[in-house]
Design a binder for this molecule. Structure first.
Ligand code: PEP
Ligand code: MG
Length: 550
C-alpha cells in the first residue's frame, strides 16, 4: 500500500478500481493544402458540430449541477464564436496554405499563452478553456466525437487534470471518485466535482500517475485528501466504515429536501445559505436552502484588480437574484479591511486592523464607492426579492447616514428613469457589542437584524478570530454572547423587525434550540449545512418549556 496526499475538494469516501483517464490524442500534423476555401468550410462545419455538443453538455450540466456550473459551457460557446480566435484560424489557413487542424492548434497555443501570461488568476485559468474548445474543434475536424467519453463499471477516475467538459461528460453514475495529479481547488473542475457530490482529491502529484494502472485498487478519502493505492485490509475496513457512516448521514439528510423547517410544536423558521460568490448558487439550490441570508459582496472587490464598476456589480447581483427565482437574497455591502485586504483601496497598515478602518467605516467615508454599490444593488432589485444589509454597525448615526444615502440613490435612479424595487428590505449586522446593546434604538430604523457571530464573539470576548493560539479562551457559547443575541432578538421583535444569525454559530446544532427559544427567525449557514440545521429544527420541541418567541 502506498499513500498519496493531495487536497480533498469534496468530502466523501470511495473504494474501488482505478481507471486511468486517457486524453484523446490531439497531436496534429501540418499539411499543405491548395483549396483554402474548402478548409475554412471544414472549420465552419466542425464549429457547428462543436456548438451542438456544447449545448448538449450545457443541458446535461444544468440538470446535474445547476445553472451556475453549467455556465462554463456557455462560456465555451462564446469562446468558439470569438472573432479574434476565428480570424486567427482563417488567416493561418489562408496565409500559410495549411490544414484546418494545424491552424486551430497554432491558434490554441497562441491564445492559451496569451491568457497564461495575464496577471489575473481568472484569466489565466481561461487558457485551459481555450485548449478545451480547440481540442473539441480538432476532434470534430478528425470526425471523432469528443463529448462522449464513456466509462466501464463504477470506477475511480485518475487523470493528470480534467477539463470541465471532460468532467461533465463522464457518466456521473459510473464515477466513484476523481483523483488528479494536478489542478487547483478553485478550478471549474474542482467546483463541478464538489457540486456533483463525487469524492475528489486533487493535486496528488505526478508520481502517482506514473505508478497507477487501470484495474489497480484505491481508497480515496475526500475529507483528508488521502489516496491509498492498493490499500491493505485494515485501511479498507476503516475507510469502508467511514464511507458507510458518511453515506448514512447524507442519505438521512437528503430525505429532508423539500421538507419544511418547522419544529415539533409548529414553529417555522427560515434556513438560508451563505455564499461568497455567484458560483456557490448551485450548492445553495442543491441543498434546498430557502434563500440566501448572506452574500459576502466583497468577493467582487477581492477578485478584481480595480474597483468593480456599477455595471459589473449590477450583473453579478442580477444573476444571483435571477438564479434564486424570487427567493429572498440578502446582499451585504462591502466588508473589507481587517483580514480582507484589497491593494487598490490603498488602506494604511494599522496596529489593530480588526478595530480599524473597515467595512461601513470605509463606505461612509468614501461615499463614491458606496454609492456605486448601492446603485448596482437597487438596479438589480427588480430581478428578485432583495434585502441589503450593512456590516460593522456601532452607532445610530451610522444607520442614519446609510438610510439617507439609500434615499439619495433611489431619488437619483428615479430622476434618471431607472427602475428599482420599492420593497427592498434594509437590515444591519449585529456584530459589535455596541450594536447589540443599543439594538432598542437601531431596530426601529431597519427591517431586520442579522447577527454576525464570528465578529460578535471576537469583539465581546476580546479574542482575535485570526489567532489560533487563543482558541481555548474563545468560548463560542459564552453567556455574554448569548445574552447579546437575546437582547437583540427582543428589541427586534418589539419593533416589528425580524432577526437572523449568519455567523458560523448558526450551524452549531447544539445551539439550535437555544436560538429558537430566543426567537431567532432565520439561520443562515454554509450550503452544505442547510439540511443538518433543518434536521435540528425539526427535532426541536419548544412547547416543553417557556418559549421566548413573540
Ligand atoms: C460574522 O462576522 O459573523 C459574519 C458573518 O461576517 P464575516 O465572517 O464575513 O466577518
Ligand atoms: Mg463579520
Amino acid at each position: 500500500m502506498v499513500k498519496y496526499t493531495g487536497k480533498g475538494v469534496y468530502g466523501a469516501v470511495a473504494i474501488g478500481k482505478i481507471s486511468v483517464f486517457k486524453k484523446q490524442d490531439f497531436s496534429v500534423k501540418r499539411v499543405h493544402i491548395t483549396d483554402t476555401e474548402a478548409e475554412i468550410n471544414r472549420v465552419k462545419t466542425a464549429k457547428k458540430a462543436a456548438e451542438e455538443q456544447l449545448h448538449a453538455l450545457y443541458e446535461k450540466a444544468l440538470r446535474e449541477v445547476g445553472e451556475t456550473n453549467a455556465r462554463i459551457f456557455d462560456i465555451h460557446i462564446m469562446m468558439l464564436d470569438d472573432e479574434d480566435y476565428n480570424e486567427s484560424v482563417e488567416n493561418i489557413i489562408e496565409s500559410q496554405q495549411v490544414n484546418a487542424e494545424y491552424a486551430v492548434a497554432v491558434t490554441a497555443d497562441n491564445f492559451a499563452e496569451m491568457f497564461s501570461s495575464m496577471d489575473d488568476a481568472y484569466m489565466q485559468e481561461r487558457a485551459a478553456d481555450i485548449r478545451d474548445i480547440s481540442n473539441r474543434l480538432i476532434a470534430n475536424l478528425a470526425g471523432v466525437v469528443s463529448s462522449e467519453i464513456s466509462s466501464e463499471d463504477k470506477m475511480i477516475v485518475c487523470a493528470d487534470d480534467l477539463a470541465p467538459s471532460e468532467t461533465v461528460s463522464l457518466d456521473k453514475d459510473k464515477v466513484l471518485a476523481f483523483v488528479t495529479a494536478n489542478g487547483s481547488s478553485n478550478s471549474h473542475t474542482a467546483i463541478l466535482a464538489r457540486n456533483m457530490n463525487i469524492p475528489a482529491v486533487i493535486g496528488v502529484g505526478g508520481e502517482f500517475l506514473s505508478v497507477v494502472k487501470d484495474g489497480d485498487e484505491a481508497a480515496v478519502d475526500g475529507f483528508t485528501g488521502e489516496v491509498f493505492l492498493n490499500p491493505d485490509e485494515k485501511t479498507k475496513t476503516a475507510l469502508e466504515a467511514k464511507r458507510k457512516a458518511d453515506e448514512d448521514k447524507k442519505r438521512l439528510l437528503q430525505e429532508l429536501k423539500g421538507k419544511e423547517n418547522i419544529t415539533l410544536d409548529g414553529t417555522r423558521i427560515n434556513v438560508f445559505a451563505n455564499i461568497g460568490s455567484v458560483d456557490n448558487i448551485g450548492a445553495v439550490l442543491m441543498n434546498d436552502a430557502g434563500g440566501i441570508g448572506l452574500f459576502r459582496s466583497e468577493f467582487l472587490y477581492l477578485e478584481n484588480s480595480d474597483y468593480p464598476t456599477e455595471e459589473q456589480q449590477f450583473n453579478a447581483y442580477k444573476r444571483v437574484l435571477e438564479s434564486m427565482s424570487g427567493k429572498k437574497v440578502i446582499i451585504r455591502t462591502l466588508d473589507i479591511g481587517a483580514d480582507k485586504q484589497v491593494d487598490y483601496f490603498g488602506l494604511k497598515k494599522e496596529e489593530n486592523p480588526a478595530l480599524g478602518y473597515r467595512a461601513i467605516r470605509i463606505c461612509l467615508t468614501r461615499p463614491e464607492i458606496f454609492r456605486t454599490q448601492l446603485r448596482a444593488l437597487y438596479r438589480a432589485s427588480v430581478y428578485g426579492d432583495l434585502g441589503i444589509m450593512f456590516p460593522m454597525i456601532t452607532a445610530v448615526n451610522e444607520v442614519e447616514q446609510i438610510l439617507a444615502l439609500c434615499g439619495e440613490v433611489k431619488n437619483e435612479l428615479k430622476g434618471q428613469g431607472i427602475a428599482y424595487s420599492d420593497s427592498v428590505e434594509l437590515g444591519i449586522m449585529i456584530e459589535t457589542p455596541a450594536a447589540a446593546i443599543i439594538s432598542d434604538k437601531l431596530a426601529p430604523m431597519v427591517d431586520f437584524f442579522s447577527v454576525g457571530t464570528n465578529d460578535l464573539i471576537q469583539y465581546t470576548l476580546a479574542c482575535d478570530r485570526q489567532n489560533p493560539d487563543i482558541e481555548d479562551f474563545c468560548d463560542t457559547h459564552h453567556e455574554a454572547v448569548l445574552r447579546l443575541i437575546q437582547t437583540s432578538a427582543d428589541n427586534a421583535h418589539k419593533n416589528g423587525a425580524w432577526i437572523g444569525i449568519c455567523g458560523e454559530l448558526a450551524a452549531d446544532t447544539s445551539l439550535t434550540e437555544t436560538f429558537l427559544r430566543m426567537g431567532i427567525d432565520e439561520l443562515s449557514v454554509s450550503p452544505a449545512y442547510v439540511l443538518k440545521v433543518r434536521e435540528a429544527v425539526r427535532r426541536t420541541d419548544l412547547s416543553s418549556r417557556h418559549s421566548c418567541r413573540k
